[in-house]
Write a protein that binds this ligand. Structure first.
Ligand SMILES: [Cu+2]
Length: 128
């Protein structure tokens, strides 16, 4: 019993280390996926309500398990509900927005990379 537990933990540790090492090797896109850049930019203040929020990742995303939503300052969902991995670029997560009034908005994302590992985060932008 304890031997089985130990070897299962060992396997998990090995898998984690393998993934951690991969994510530090440039040019290999099978590690965890992390955001590379976003539009609107993280923490930015803009003067026009954006038509989309887009986040580009450093790896390929699994469309079935990757989500993106946008909330207003009161936590109400304001996006059009079509958040998805872009069908022609699986490193891009996007969602469309209706015209929004001035305010601060939070983008909440969660993605699963091709290696099955999940990363998640959020950021804000402000429309003035
Ligand atoms: Cu990973």
């Amino acid at each position: 019993m304890s031997t089985i537990l130990r070897s299962s933990n060992l396997r998990k540790t090995a898998a984690f280390l393998f993934c951690a090492i991969l994510s530090f090797v440039p040019g290999i896109s099978s590690g965890h996926a992390f955001p590379d850049h976003a539009d609107p930019k993280v923490g930015s203040t803009i003067s026009v309500s954006p038509v989309h929020v887009r986040i580009w990742f450093d790896g390929n995303l699994e469309p079935l398990f990757s989500t993106i939503i946008v909330q207003d300052a009161k936590g109400r969902k304001v996006d059009k509900g079509d958040g998805q991995v872009n069908p022609v670029d699986d490193t891009l997560l996007d969602v469309s927005l209706p015209p929004l009034p001035p305010g601060t908005y939070r983008v909440i994302w969660s993605v699963v990379a091709r290696d099955g590992h999940k990363t998640a985060g959020d950021y804000t932008f402000t429309i003035r």
